[in-house]
Design a binder for this molecule. Structure first.
Ligand code: F6P
Length: 336
């Protein structure tokens, strides 16, 4: 396992996230400083099967820190999930002389790493990159902060038009089955309601009651609901129509969708990506990082077992969850 490392394979996998390029840059520059080649595989793990790879030279990454997306392209990989897929991937990596593989992605991508590992002679290390922030072992994933800012930019604009028309707005944000993005976007935008898995299912009657109470207290005004995708199976647009019917107030839906995945990474994502990219390479060279993820906890770079990254033990801040709800309760008397 501790063979000298001359060639590192690198790929980005799963949903792309702003800051993946910054992580690629950090990996390539850190490796180059040690005289190690980095071979970039295209389209996630698919590039291993299709032999789509090429060396990434230092000069190619010098000016990509500010770019969204990923220069290596990303994808999910069906072939890796099929019988014999992991064995074949490992064989191809060994055949290409890849001494270690670094995968930038989420916990699904890290499951792919673990599937390959028993058949592969080199080390495998993960770097958490996903806008969902749903990876255990790291306080933040690369891309989350940018996606949050993008969502806020959109919600702030929607607040203007919602105020002008005194409408209810439902804004659907991404996050797969977790509410990190919805909670953060809801709190930071001053939304009246946040609907996310951590708060449980949507109860339309409770929602209506809250809207009516606020209108009684303060008269007509805008009312913003940030909702995590998957929380209303029929979709935010259907929920908006139902709320309009039930409340008599115009309610509109806005699904932010893939907008949240794009754009130039914010400073904190660039810094996190740079730190974790460099740390992953350094720990690899020290022989510490096999089947580990390079994450960040309490501001420090740490190694965390890849096998635990999908345990879903990471919790949305309970203090914020509680206060968001209590803060908006109003017990003052109704408006005359
Ligand atoms: O994991 C990132 C993510 O953007 C999720 O928030 C979302 O549920 C999913 O990917 C969307 O996937 P796709 O790009 O395949 O539609």
């Amino acid at each position: 396992m501790s063979q000298p490392i001359r060639k590192i394979g690198l790929l980005t996998s799963g949903g792309d996230a702003p800051g993946m390029n910054a992580a690629i840059r950090a990996v390539v520059l850190t490796a180059a400083a040690q005289g190690i080649d980095v071979i970039g595989y295209k389209h996630g793990f698919n590039g291993i099967f299709s032999n789509e790879y090429q060396q990434i030279h230092r000069a190619e990454v010098l000016h990509i820190i500010q770019q969204g997306g990923t220069i290596l392209k990303s994808a999910r990989c069906k072939q890796l999930e099929q019988a014999g897929g992991p064995e074949q991937a490992a064989e191809l990596l060994d055949k290409n002389g890849i001494d270690a593989l670094i995968v930038i992605g989420g916990d699904g991508s890290f499951r792919g790493c673990q599937a390959i590992a028993p058949f592969y002679q080199g080390q495998i290390v993960g770097i958490p990159g996903t806008i969902d922030n749903d990876v255990d072992g790291t306080d933040f994933t690369i891309g989350f902060s940018t996606a949050l800012n993008t969502a806020l930019d959109a919600i702030d604009k929607i607040r203007d038009t919602a105020d002008a028309f005194e409408r209810i707005f439902l804004i659907e944000v991404m996050g797969r089955h977790t509410g990190y993005l919805a909670l953060a976007a809801g709190i930071a935008s001053g939304a009246e309601q946040i609907i996310c898995p951590e708060y449980g299912e949507v109860d339309i009657n409770d929602l209506l009651q809250d809207i009516q109470q606020i209108q009684q207290q303060y008269g007509r005004s805008s009312y913003i609901i940030v909702i995590a995708e998957t929380m209303y199976p029929a979709g935010a647009t259907t929920l908006a129509a139902e709320l309009t019917r039930a409340s008599g107030i115009e309610c509109r839906a806005c699904v932010l969708g893939h907008l949240q995945r794009g754009g130039s990474p914010v400073g904190s994502d660039r810094i996190l990506a740079t730190k974790l990219g460099a740390y992953a390479v350094e720990q690899l060279l020290l022989g510490n990082a096999h089947l580990m993820m390079a994450g960040e906890q309490a501001g420090l770079a740490v190694l965390f077992p890849l096998s635990l990254t999908g345990d879903k033990k990471k919790q949305a801040d309970p203090y914020l969850l509680d206060w968001q709800q209590r803060m908006l309760q109003d017990s003052s008397p109704a408006k005359e």
